[in-house]
Structure formats: structure tokens, C-alpha cells
Design a protein around this ligand. Structure first.
Ligand SMILES: [Zn+2]
Length: 242
């Protein structure tokens, strides 16, 4: 059973929108963008299995296969932040592919001290993976000479101390992790959360020129937020009400 809806937003951009009943995040795939034998980049692989027992990782694997992409061909996993519903399955991806893993230094430090406890609290197992490098703010080079996706890393703390968002300027796509959703914002009542930092991060993201807002979770069916006006309206709404 496949619970992910595949949405292709650009030549090298697939979004796997979670459609199950329980909690899991949306995953992003940039296929064939790295040099070498494992050319795909995966952002936020999500849960292995969620609180309702839905097989999140198997679903993502099958959804990708339906599009012609294999989990074995992932070369890099990027975590927007270290919560279980975003990176629990990282260990399985690495087992299958030998992929490298990256997140921000701030988030890694948080994960090693407090963040790991979320996994026990939610009945999961913290993934045993070490970041190969830390994400730095600014352009992320994916190793190919002429990068097929030009990605900017933005530090957007608040939901978690080292949360990042990813901005693809050319395609005007913003991957916002758990910073901002459709009509809602990320929780700040977890350890490591800060509502004042989150507000500042949302302010910064709202200045960008965005055609597609891809949040870490979809609050309405199947949704990413498409269209400049809708994105602008969404930022306006969340700034008004939160
Ligand atoms: Zn989160």
C-alpha cells in the first residue's frame, strides 16, 4: 500500500506528499543530481513506521520505485531537523545505499543532547548515523560541475534549534520543514522550541519569491501550496494568527 502521493514540481524535483492517517512528513527527492553511482538526494525520509503502524518507509520506497527511482541510489540524505517523523528512516536509507547524511551543526548538537529522547518518547529508535558534513547557510553545492538544482540553505530555528529550510531560487520552490504549513506553523512547545525565533524565521521566509511552498506536513489533503498569491496569502494569514 502506497501512502505517498508523488508530485513532480520541476525536472529534478519530486515531492512525496504523505497521505496516510497517522503522522509522517512529506519527503523530497532530487533525482540524478549528484556525480557518481548514487546520484539522488533525499530530504526528510520520515518515519519507519508511525503511531498507527503505517509502513511509512516501505511506502516511500514503493512510491519512488513507481517513478523509476531506487532507494539504493540515494547518495545524500538531508534532514531539515532531527525529529523522528523526519529522520527516523535515515538509518534504513543508509543501510540500503551507503548514503551520506547531513543536517545543521546546531541541530546535530541538539540531537545528541536532548533530541534523541524524542525517539524514545514516541516509541522509536534514534537512527545511528553520523553527519558526514554540516549544512552551512547559503548555497549548497551538490558536487556536480553545473549543479542541476541550485539550492540555498536557510537557517530557520524556532520549531527546533537547528531547523533549516531549503530554497530553490530558479524554480521558486521553498521547502519549509516544520517552520510553516498551510494555515499553520510548527509547534514550539517541544524541548528546543522557541516561538520568538520561529516568528523571526517565518518573517524571513515570507520575504522570498515563492511559487511553491512545500511544507514538512500537509494540513489539507494532498497539499503543497502552489501559486504566488496563495503563498503570499498563507504567510499573511500565519503572521496574523500566530
Ligand atoms: Zn518537527
Amino acid at each position: 500500500m502506497i501512502y505517498h502521493n508523488s508530485v513532480k514540481l520541476a525536472e529534478y524535483f519530486y515531492c512525496y506528499v504523505w497521505q496516510g492517517r497517522g503522522n509522517n512528513c512529506n519527503a523530497i527527492l532530487w533525482p540524478s543530481v549528484l556525480r557518481g553511482e548514487r546520484p539522488h538526494v533525499l530530504v526528510d525520509p520520515g518515519h519507519v513506521r508511525n503511531e498507527l503502524g503505517e509502513p511509512c518507509f516501505d511506502s516511500l520506497t514503493q512510491a519512488m520505485e513507481r517513478d523509476g527511482f531506487k532507494m539504493e541510489d540515494i547518495g545524500l540524505v538531508i534532514g531539515t531537523h532531527s525529529h523522528p517523523d523526519h529522520i527516523e528512516a535515515t538509518e534504513l536509507v543508509v543501510e540500503k545505499s551507503g548514503a551520506l547524511f547531513t543536517l545543521s551543526r546546531e541541530e546535530d548538537e541538539f540531537y545528541r543532547t536532548m533530541g534523541k529522547m524524542f525517539f524514545q518518547a514516541f516509541g522509536g529508535k534514534p537512527p545511528q548515523v553520523n553527519p558526514f558534513f554540516y549544512l552551512k547557510e547559503g548555497d549548497l553545492s551538490l558536487g556536480a560541475k553545473n549543479d542541476k538544482v541550485a539550492v540555498k540553505v536557510l537557517f530557520t530555528p524556532g520549531h527546533s534549534p537547528g531547523s533549516i529550510s531549503l530554497y530553490l531560487e530558479e524554480d521558486k520552490i521553498l521547502i519549509s520543514g516544520d517552520v510553516v504549513f498551510a494555515g499553520s506553523i510548527g509547534r514550539t512547545d517541544f524541548p528546543g522550541g522557541s516561538s520568538s525565533l520561529l516568528r523571526k524565521s517565518i518573517d524571513e521566509l515570507s520575504q522570498l519569491d515563492v511559487e511553491y511552498l512545500v511544507p514538512g506536513h500537509s494540513t489539507e489533503t494532498g497539499s503543497i501550496i502552489a501559486g504566488k498569491d496563495k503563498v503570499r496569502h498563507n504567510f499573511y494569514t500565519v503572521k496574523m494568527f500566530f
